[in-house]
Design a protein around this ligand. Structure first.
Ligand code: IVH
Length: 751
């Protein structure tokens, strides 16, 4: 227990002061624990340890927000081998989009200009710097003091590696003249020389060696014993930042310069480039120096230099719009194709996988590669045109493997001169290898799919894996491996069964705690983790269902639009006749086009569509629900049809309904109450002159508005630029508030 005077003292600290001290204490306690329990080399006396712990507890007691995140309160000894504390990043650590060809870089420049509404004559400068092949780390400084270091983890939550980071010579513990809150981000890496020496030392001692410097750096940083990290020669380049109490500079280049001034290592090959041509020329120069740099890089990163523009450009779901990684060309190698296996995915897609005689490609041993689909094996692309000069791929062939960064290896080419005698063309199966249902290929689809749906065990298992994946239900202790096992044993056949696991296997004859690999504690933990996820945000639920084309972004868009499960399900059900009419019209249109092409005339598509829709006699409420559904920005007819099919498939719907009955579904956060457009449905039409469409949409959504593509009774505001046509007319008829661009900007300026 903390004594009274200590309690008074900690209570008088501001929340910020308390947090800073608390996190420092946490890191020191953690380091002391590790030194004591794992390295058997205590660093501080017992008395000093006790006094640190007392102070730590007192801070936690006085500041409940700290207690909630404390990792050292009841800790006995060092955390479990799997256990670094978790740290939630105040600002997510994102990854980068990739460019492979010069043309992709030109597209990057073009798309930024388009987003910003810049002409080709407007200047747009970029920084270009090596992409370090290590692992990213976020360092948090408060009042100049390093208080926390976290790995990227899944981007939102990383591992607390503070004690380890403190052993890296390139990472300053104290900064002079830094903002009060400064999160510095960069890459931990190991030089070639240090890597060779480390492996040599390990070989001498008969220990394991690392495959490459990146693995060595990751393995060294993620040591539970920080003293082991200290003995490893890790380095750090700073290239970015997270939370800041004040801006570092106005440009990327100046911000990097500021970090350098504060004592960080920044990459000396960072350049300011005024054009795509300059960028590419710097890329070539870095590529030429690559072999002699002394550390691994896998490309060059380009960032928009002006930080205000970076702010306007913002982020997609996992990558910034203002930066891109231009990767070095892929690595190639030749090997033998031993077999072609067919895997069945979540949506029934049959994917051919090449089983290869293992070969090293760019430092990594490759024994599997993707063959995409049946056309790819035959030597044709999705349009039926020849690839690889029309050469097909056969079992026994000598094939070229291509690997680019983290991209799944591909079979790129075939050496016909080495084809074994008697090699037969590959016969792609027309039945599912898992459930023997027919595998069908729809018109215009490159993929053959198992038609078994829920009866196909492969689809069921893949759906369950998707259901528990990180971006979906993310149930601690229930990963792909466990789900697969439970499915094999018949304990979990569909998502709803997860929520009955405790009632079915918590007691009685068959009990989870009696299974191999499970004990009382782990079983209880799993039941608790499942209970916790019984309450789930609507967007995650939609994504977790794994319906075709319904990814994370669609889940969010649908959740924001309908806000409620029942409302969404009712709308999709109501829209069914219109969805079917849409499909019939698509099919009629395709048939008419083919017939017309045969007869050498032009098809009158609009007539055909109209006729097909007329035959279907769509009720008005169905037509309205359908146009509302496909009018949700980012949804469209393909996804609309997929949702409609999933909801009207009786087995699938029953499984969904069983699941819904077990959940509490949380509506998306109520839009910020202080935003004048929160919760309003806004439609943009006509030409916008001060911002691009994409920017307007992103800003409106950030302020809690829903942006729709079409005007309906639900529309609250129409923003009409010059040239607005039918939408403005319809809005006027419906008496909807209409603003010009300036009016809109004025309205949101108050936010
Ligand atoms: S900027 C918001 N700059 O590459 C974007 N990343 O593929 C922040 N990386 O996760 C990243 N060198 O770990 C940036 N000069 C550099 C980099 C770099 C290596 C890593 C980083 C990131 C990954 C994305």
């Amino acid at each position: 227990m903390a004594n009274n005077s200590e309690q008074q003292d900690v209570a008088s600290l501001t929340a910020e002061q308390a947090k800073a001290e608390f996190l420092t204490l946490e890191a020191r306690l953690q380091a002391a624990d590790l030194a004591y329990h794992q390295a058997d080399a205590p660093e501080i006396s017992d008395a000093e340890y006790d006094s640190l712990k007392r102070r730590y507890r007192a801070l936690a007691q006085a500041h409940p927000e700290l207690e909630a995140v404390a990792t050292q309160l009841d800790s006995v000894g060092a955390p479990a081998a799997s256990g670094f504390g978790k740290i939630s990043h105040a600002i997510r650590m994102l990854s980068l989009g990739n460019a492979f060809e010069d043309e992709d870089v030109a597209d990057f420049d073009r798309s930024i200009r388009k987003y910003l509404g810049f002409g080709s004559g407007d200047s747009l400068a970029f920084t270009a710097e090596p992409k370090i092949d290590g692992l990213s780390l976020s360092l948090r400084y408060e009042h100049g003091k390093l208080i926390q270091a976290a790995t990227r983890g899944d981007g939102s939550i990383g591992e607390n590696v503070t004690a380890n980071a403190m052993t890296i010579a390139d990472i300053p513990h104290q900064l002079d003249g830094a903002p009060d809150v400064l999160e510095v981000r960069g890459e931990v890496y190991m030089s070639h020389e240090d890597f060779e020496a480390l492996n040599a030392r390990h070989t001498e001692r008969g220990g394991k060696t690392f495959a490459n410097p990146r693995n060595a750096a990751a393995g060294s940083l993620r040591q539970l014993d920080a003293e082991i990290t200290r003995a490893r020669p890790l380095r750090f380049f700073a290239y970015s930042w997270g939370e800041l109490s004040e801006a570092l500079a106005e440009t990327q280049m100046d911000a990097i310069e500021r970090l350098r001034g504060l004592g960080f290592q920044t990459n000396p090959l960072t350049r300011l480039c005024a054009s795509v041509a300059e960028i590419i020329s710097h890329y070539r120069s870095i590529e030429e120096q690559r072999a002699t740099l002394g550390y691994d890089i896998d490309g060059v990163v380009y960032k928009v230099n002006d930080l205000a523009l970076q702010g306007r450009l913002g982020f997609r779901s996992t990558t910034p719009r203002w930066a891109i990684a231009h990767k070095f060309p892929a690595e190639l190698a030749w090997t033998r194709l031993e077999a072609i296996d067919i895997q069945v995915g979540r949506t029934g897609a049959l994917s051919p996988v090449a089983r290869l005689t293992p070969v090293t490609v760019g430092g990594v041993v490759v024994s599997n590669a993707t063959l995409h689909n049946e056309d790819y094996i035959l030597g044709r692309d999705s349009k039926g045109e020849e690839i690889r000069g029309g050469k097909d791929i056969r079992i026994g062939d000598w094939v070229q493997i291509y690997r680019a960064g983290d991209v799944i290896p591909k079979v790129a080419d075939v050496d016909l001169s080495k084809r074994p005698d008697g090699a037969e063309p590959f016969a792609f199966p027309h039945t599912c290898p898992e459930c023997s249902s027919p595998a069908v290929r729809e018109e215009g689809d490159a993929i053959r799919r198992c038609s078994g749906g829920m009866i196909c065990p492969a689809q069921a298992v893949e759906r369950l894996k998707h259901f528990v994946s990180r971006a979906a239900f993310d149930i601690e202790g229930l990963g792909a491996k466990q789900v697969e096992q439970f499915h094999t044993d018949g304990w979990i056949k569909e998502p709803a069964d997860i929520f009955d696991l405790q009632s079915n296997y918590g007691s009685g004859l068959q009990q989870l705690k009696n299974r191999e690999g499970w004990g009382e504690k782990s079983a209880d933990n799993l039941f608790a983790a499942i209970e916790e996820k019984r309450t789930i945000p609507l967007a995650k639920l939609i994504f977790a269902l794994g319906m075709r084309h319904a990814g994370e972004v669609a889940g969010r868009d649908l959740a924001l639009h309908y806000r409620d499960w029942t409302a969404m399900a009712d709308a999709i059900d109501t829209a069914r006749p219109a969805a079917l009419a849409h499909r019939a019209a698509d099919e009629a249109e395709e048939a008419e086009r083919l017939k017309a092409a045969d007869e050498g005339r032009r098809a009158k598509i609009s007539d055909t569509r109209a006729a097909a829709v007329a035959v279907c006699e769509v009720p008005a409420d169905a037509a309205a629900a359908w146009s509302d559904l496909v009018g949700v920005d980012g949804i469209g007819a393909v996804l609309g049809l997929s949702l409609s099919d999933a909801f009207s498939n009786p087995e699938e719907r029953a499984a969904i309904d069983r699941l819904i009955g077990k959940l509490t579904i949380v509506a998306p956060d109520a839009p910020a109450a202080d935003s004048p457009v929160a919760g309003k449905t806004v439609v943009f039409t006509g030409t916008l002159e001060k911002m691009t469409r994409a920017e307007a949409k992103a800003r409106a959504e950030a302020l809690g508005a829903k942006v729709s593509g079409s005007v309906s009774k639900k529309t609250d505001i129409l923003v009409a630029g010059p040239g607005a046509g039918s939408k403005a007319k319809k809005a006027a008829e419906l008496g909807i508030q209409t603003l010009d661009e300036d009016g809109w900007l004025e309205l949101i300026a108050e936010a």
